[in-house]
Design a protein around this ligand. Structure first.
Ligand SMILES: Cc1cc2nc3c(=O)[nH]c(=O)nc-3n(C[C@H](O)[C@H](O)[C@H](O)COP(=O)(O)OP(=O)(O)OC[C@H]3O[C@@H](n4cnc5c(N)ncnc54)[C@H](O)[C@@H]3O)c2cc1C
Length: 515
């Protein structure tokens, strides 16, 4: 057998990870933790000369599971990464200019008489007896007031159940993960890979050749090299499925800025003439960016719009990043798995990339039992990965499809476009009677779909007939009680910055009682 070629039945002994951005270090820390005690060596190659993408600072709640798995205490995480809490996303000017709505990581209301809240609300809303849906969400009320408190895990009150995520400094998070990975034995190699050689007998990746002359052989290669896809595309020519006909936003200008005022506990996404701007509040600064369609707006226009709307002075230079929405045709091809930007990218509107890295790593763990790769497992991992990407894609497209703006060609085109069949099916079911279809591998659950439908005032023609079994007066009273309880609970929570300071940023001893 050639050097570097592996007997297909023997367990993997060497994993080479290419790239030390968020994807590379997430993979390194998780794989090293999962396979500790195995006869396995994990190496990570990264190049300071190339650097990382330097954005990617808003997350979804699944990040808490990763931190827990890696043994990262919330207090340490928040101090190390300059993190703030995130209750959801405020969408400004998306439906029409001047209007905004909130997508919380939480359900709306609580079931009434065994019937889910939404159909009950819908009937009363149509009758003019209900407040806007957002007023039945504690997470939304907290966000609006700039307040934060952690949900009480023992509460019996369904209104107090919500999730949260974080905003964090991506480079500091990568550094934290690196410390964990290295403590589990991962070896970091600084250097630029200048050549990737394939095994002529089977087409697998055989070796990585560094500028320094060092050659790395391995059994499994994880491509975390960013958009370039050094292994998965440049070496293995896996192919890319391009979704720009649905998601034409293809360029970002990004800049950091000084914080002005206390950090709100949410991300803001503000629609512009041909895209949208993000504002991500960290403890020590804001992350800002403007993502736009280059067919409808120049980089100069996008940059002017971004700078004009910064809340504090810009810190450092603006960066321009180009991308194409889509996914690699296979995320696992031969002896190579692509994670992060190397595996695909759907624009950052719902902060999904980091969670897709997480589920990508989980698929490696699940479909590589005993470290022995089998083609049927690889095929299944690819099938699930595709579905997961497509579900996220559909959810993002929905935000554009439902827009009510008439001010530019971009928004009119987005409203008129034909959407994927899977999305059309969901929209049709919802329009009929409020049914929320859920397919395999959904990243966003029913409450999230509801938040977007309702935010865009896209409402069903009918409500579920079952709701008519409930007594109208009782329903109205119960809903009013919920709204009152939520408003009261929200005003009792501390301002977000006070919560952060008191619970997480004070010296250890002072915090002991808050744990
Ligand atoms: C505009 C924008 C906004 C985003 N916002 C969010 C967000 O809010 N939330 C979210 O979840 N995600 C977001 N993302 C996605 C997020 O940034 C990425 O998923 C995340 O940073 C992971 O990137 P990565 O590690 O795959 O790639 P990168 O950070 O690009 O890292 C690539 C690594 O590969 C190394 N490398 C490349 N070539 C070589 C070579 N030849 N030799 C050696 N090393 C090499 C580099 O040195 C680097 O270490 C955003 C992305 C963009 C473009």
């Amino acid at each position: 057998m050639q050097q570097g070629a592996k007997d297909p039945k023997s367990p993997i002994k060497v994993i080479n990870i290419v790239g030390g951005g968020t994807a590379g270090w997430m993979a390194a820390a998780t794989l090293a933790r999962h396979f500790r005690g195995h006869d396995l060596s994990i190496r990570l190659v990264e190049s300071e000369q190339i650097g990382t993408i330097g954005v990617g600072e808003a997350t979804v709640p699944s990040i808490l599971n990763l931190n827990r798995y890696l043994g990262i205490r919330e207090r340490d995480f928040i101090a190390a990464t300059g993190a703030t809490f995130k209750l959801g996303i405020e969408f400004s000017d998306w439906y029409t200019a001047g209007e905004s709505f909130f997508h919380p990581f939480a359900d709306f209301g609580a079931p009434l008489g065994g019937i889910p809240f939404y159909p009950c609300w819908l009937k009363q809303y149509k009758l003019g007896n209900a407040a806007p849906l957002s007023e039945y969400s504690l997470a939304t009320a907290l966000a609006k007031g700039g307040r934060f408190a952690q949900p009480d895990p023992d509460t019996q009150n369904p209104l107090a159940l919500y999730n949260y995520a974080y905003h964090f400094d991506a480079s500091r998070y990568a550094a934290l993960l690196r410390r964990i990975a290295e403590s589990h034995g991962v070896r970091r190699i600084e250097g630029k890979i200048v050549e990737v050689r394939l095994d002529s007998s089977n087409g697998d990746i055989r070796s990585l050749h560094l500028q320094s002359g060092e050659i790395l052989h391995g059994d499994l290669y994880i491509d975390c090299s960013g958009f370039r896809g050094l292994l998965i595309e440049q070496a293995l020519a896996t192919g890319y499925e391009d979704w720009r006909h649905w998601l034409p936003v293809d360029t970002a200008v990004a800049v950091q800025s000084e914080r002005a005022g206390p950090a709100p506990p949410y991300t803001r996404a503000t629609a512009t003439a041909a895209g949208w701007r993000w504002r991500i509040p960290l403890q020590h600064r804001n992350g800002n960016g403007h993502v736009f369609s280059s067919a409808h707006m120049t980089t100069e226009q996008a940059s002017t719009e971004l700078l004009k709307n910064l809340e504090g002075s810009a810190l450092g230079e603006q960066r321009v990043i180009r991308f194409a929405a889509g996914m690699r045709k296979k995320f696992w091809n031969r002896n190579c798995v692509a994670l992060g930007l190397a595996s695909g990218f759907i624009e950052p509107l719902e902060s999904t990339s980091i969670s897709l890295i997480q589920t990508g790593v989980e698929k490696i763990l699940k479909f590589l039992p005993d470290l022995i790769p089998e083609q049927k497992n690889i095929d299944e991992a690819n099938r699930l990965n595709r579905q997961e990407y497509e579900r996220v894609r559909d959810f993002i497209i929905l935000h554009y499809k439902l827009n009510g703006r008439d001010d530019t060609q971009f928004w009119r085109d987005m409203r008129d476009m034909a959407v994927p069949d899977t999305l059309q099916q969901k929209m049709d079911a919802f329009t009929e009677d409020g049914r929320l279809l859920s397919f395999e591998q959904e990243s966003f659950q029913e409450a999230s779909w509801l938040a977007i439908y309702d935010g865009f005032q896209f409402r069903p023609r009918n409500y579920l007939a079952e709701v008519d079994k409930l007594d109208n007066k009782q329903v109205i009273r119960a809903m009013e009680n919920m709204r009152h309880a939520i408003a009261t609970a929200a005003t009792h929570a501390p301002p977000h910055h006070t919560f952060l300071r008191q619970a997480f940023l004070q010296p250890q001893e002072a915090c002991a009682e808050t744990e």
